[in-house]
Design a binder for this molecule. Structure first.
Ligand SMILES: *Cc1c(COP(=O)(O)O)cnc(C)c1O
Length: 402
């Protein structure tokens, strides 16, 4: 294997983001393949016993076992780190494996976490159910309220955990304020950046410590594989994440890493075009539904904050109908082009009803508290012609009585 310039930080540091997304992290075998090779191997062989000992002692940089290192996975990790502007990155089996690892690798019984109450259902489950089982205290707050972050800090607070924009309420967290507050108190911020990716928002630039991903979403971008990633300082990755990951094994399969590597080559293009389409469709929706939630629209209460920290507002928005679940389901059933699906980040437009899908298991009370009502629908806008999407929504809205 030959490391190309994509593995040379002195060179990649000079590359602009689009170049990093295409060439970052690439290694080449002796065949000189153009596209990254797929190393579907669990283990590695050695020329002699002394080499084995040297590798396990960390004196030889070669690979030993795919739970510890794999060339295809390492290419992806380097590419994501470069796009994110992070010192290091480790790929994970899924987005939830990434969130779990990012939290548990650094928390112990007796620690305290402050988390946003508006969050992806499984992220809330980690905070509400998993952490407390292991003696980790948690507090959930309205993440839009800067003073609430201040007020929730205790002497044992170790981590702030949030999404921005949040799934599916589109709540925006003030990155500069909240990350600055955390820094001042020696608290580590873990930001779930799934709705943006570094193509739209780079939390590390605002003082975040750890950025965690569902790479299933915009990074793959074509609805093929589950994947995740955790980015942070070299010290965080080496001292906290790696010991946890190597011994618990939430690793990404090489095939899935390869798929996401190819996805990243078009990330910037897709995410910017999908944001543009979402804004166009969002403007139409604003004229037809009682409540639109899209940070790119001036009607969003945090529109100005979003404009300060996001390059564009992304492919995803939500809206609320007055007729509750019956009307929301009727709208879904009336769609002819847009698919009913709870995935996001896909090049296809997809729509779901969070209360009866992604946020079902949280229960009505927690949903109410985080602002996920029965009339809410969440939309992922893809790469179709936005006028076709508008026509589809128009006819489905009419069928649902709007
Ligand atoms: C989808 C999602 C996750 C979970 O990712 P998986 O890859 O499905 O495990 C976590 N956070 C957010 C914000 C998501 O949208």
């Amino acid at each position: 294997m030959k490391k190309t310039d994509g593995q040379n930080r002195a060179v990649t540091a000079k590359w602009r983001p689009a170049t990093r997304a295409v060439r970052g992290g690439t290694w080449r075998s002796e065949h000189g393949e153009t596209s990254e090779a797929l190393f579907l191997t669990s283990g590695f062989t050695y020329d002699d016993a002394a080499t084995v000992a040297a590798r396990f002692a960390g004196e030889d940089g070669g690979m030993t076992y795919s739970r510890l290192q794999n060339p295809t996975v390492q290419m992806l990790e380097e590419r994501i780190a470069l796009i994110e502007g992070a010192e290091a990155c480790r790929a994970q089996a899924t987005g939830m494996a990434a969130m779990t690892a990012a939290l548990l690798c650094q928390l112990s019984a007796g620690d305290h976490v402050v988390a946003a109450k508006a969050a992806f259902g499984s992220c809330r489950w980690l905070i509400d159910h998993l952490c407390p089982r292991f003696g980790i205290e948690t507090t959930v707050i309205d993440s839009r309220d800067n003073a609430a972050w201040d007020a929730a800090i205790r002497s044992n607070t170790r981590v702030f955990f949030f999404e921005t924009p949040a799934n599916p309420t589109m709540d925006i967290v003030d990155l500069a304020y909240v990350c600055g507050l955390a820094r001042a108190h020696g608290i580590t911020t873990v930001v779930d950046n799934a709705f943006c990716t570094a193509a739209l928002q780079r939390p590390l630039e605002f003082g975040a410590d750890v950025v965690a991903y569902s790479a299933t979403k915009l990074m793959d971008g074509q609805g093929r594989v589950l994947a995740g990633a955790v980015c942070g300082s070299q010290q965080f990755i080496d001292e906290k994440l790696l010991p946890f990951q190597r011994n618990t094994g939430p690793n990404l399969a090489p095939f899935n890493a390869w798929v996401v590597l190819k996805g990243l080559e078009t990330l910037d293009l897709r995410v910017k075009k999908q944001s543009e389409n979402a804004l166009k469709v969002g403007r139409f929706m604003e004229s037809r539904v009682p409540r639109m939630l899209h940070p790119g629209l001036a009607s969003h209460p945090q529109h100005n904050l979003a404009a300060q920290q996001m390059d564009a507002c992304g492919a995803i928005f939500s809206f609320v109908l007055d007729g509750g679940r019956a009307q929301a389901h009727a709208l879904l059933d009336g769609l002819e082009l847009i698919d009913i699906s709870n995935n996001i980040g896909d090049a296809r437009s997809l729509m779901c009803h969070p209360a009866s899908s992604t946020h079902h298991s949280l229960g009505a009370e927690a949903r109410e508290d985080m602002g996920v009502g029965e009339g809410m629908l969440r939309v992922n806008i893809g790469l179709e012609d936005p006028d076709d999407l508008i026509e589809d929504l128009d006819q489905a809205l009419t069928k649902a009585g709007l």
